[in-house]
Ligand binder design. Structure first.
Ligand code: ADP
Ligand code: MG
Length: 291
């Protein structure tokens, strides 16, 4: 593109808080045919809240107190929500020892001499915990778009905690605008498949890649590129940074983590998903002026 077109495009973006870091970012925006969007914190607000505490063979307050003791040691947004809920419910504050974080799966610790695990079904499977009657409760929560966090004590599944994370107001409109522009939209998530599919359905997204481990997000992008797609990745988290770097165009949510913002080619200062189709439109306009 000509220097003038680049200046105009950059200026148009800046007016809306869409920051293109360089001329290449603007030019690449014009050529994107696939947009991969992270679920948590990108399409959703990233502020999960506990909605359900379902238990089996143990009182809900005890399950909550044990889970919260572990989650207070974790920096995961789900962990913060569980800990906050326990405090609000007046559950006793217990001390955790030997905390262990299992990225993409959950966490564990010893609480009052008992071995407590908090995380997804894969964590439970890896630790040899059978879900029993809680499997059906978990499926119900996931089918309703809730993130389901399982709790096990001394190798026995005792509870499942449901969490809801509201979608951003403009997520569905952003997906519709991208489809209108002929761009394919893919949801990428570390969350459970059923949960991710339910939320994708609400937003009009038909391709979902779920249960992706933090370290595998970038490889997912590379695979799409190998199949001939020109991929933009939109994300907010530390986990998303390698995928933002691997994509043809990395787009960071302004409210996201510093690592994501530093790695991205474009930053959406208003954290508005609608600014994704707008960024691509500005890119296309810039390229047209070049001809
Ligand atoms: P996302 O991509 O959804 O941000 P992560 O890759 O961080 O998720 O985690 C994937 C899944 O692992 C979560 O949806 C959750 O089920 C589980 N998980 C990870 N860490 C924790 C934790 N501290 N407490 C409960 N569950 C967790
Ligand atoms: Mg995220």
């Amino acid at each position: 593109a000509t220097p003038t077109a680049i200046m105009v495009g950059t200026g148009l973006g800046a007016q809306r808080g869409v920051l293109f870091k360089n001329a290449t970012a603007l030019e690449t925006s014009a050529r994107i045919d696939t947009v991969v969007m992270d679920k948590t914190g990108t399409l959703t607000k990233g502020e999960p809240e506990v909605t359900d505490v379902l238990v089996e063979g143990m009182a809900a307050d005890d399950v909550l107190a044990l889970a919260a003791a572990v989650e207070r040691e974790s920096e995961h947004p789900l962990a913060a929500a569980v800990a906050r809920h326990a405090t609000e419910q007046g559950a006793p504050a217990l001390r955790a020892e030997g905390f262990r974080n299992v990225p993409g799966h959950g966490a564990g610790a010893t609480v009052g001499g008992r071995r407590v695990l908090v995380g997804n079904a894969r964590l439970m499977a890896d630790e040899g915990v059978e879900l029993g009657a809680l499997a059906a409760r978990r499926d119900e929560l996931a089918g309703g778009g809730r993130t389901a966090v399982l709790v096990a004590v001394d190798g026995r599944a005792v509870g499942v905690i449901g969490l809801a994370d509201a979608v951003r107001e403009t997520s569905a409109a952003a997906v519709a605008a991208l489809h209108e522009a002929g761009v394919e939209v893919v949801m990428l998530s570390g969350d459970n498949e059923a949960t991710a599919r339910r939320i994708a359905g609400q937003l009009g997204i038909d391709t979902v890649i779920a249960e992706v481990l933090p370290g595998d997000k970038a490889a997912t992008i590379t695979e799409l590129q190998r199949s001939g797609k020109r991929v933009a990745m939109v994300g907010d988290g530390v986990n998303d940074a390698p995928a933002l770097a691997a994509a043809d165009l990395g787009i960071a949510i302004g409210a996201g983590t510093d690592v994501a913002i530093e790695t991205a080619d474009v930053v959406l200062m208003r954290s508005d998903p609608l600014d994704v189709p707008i960024a691509l439109t500005i890119g296309r306009g810039t390229l047209r002026k070049m001809r």
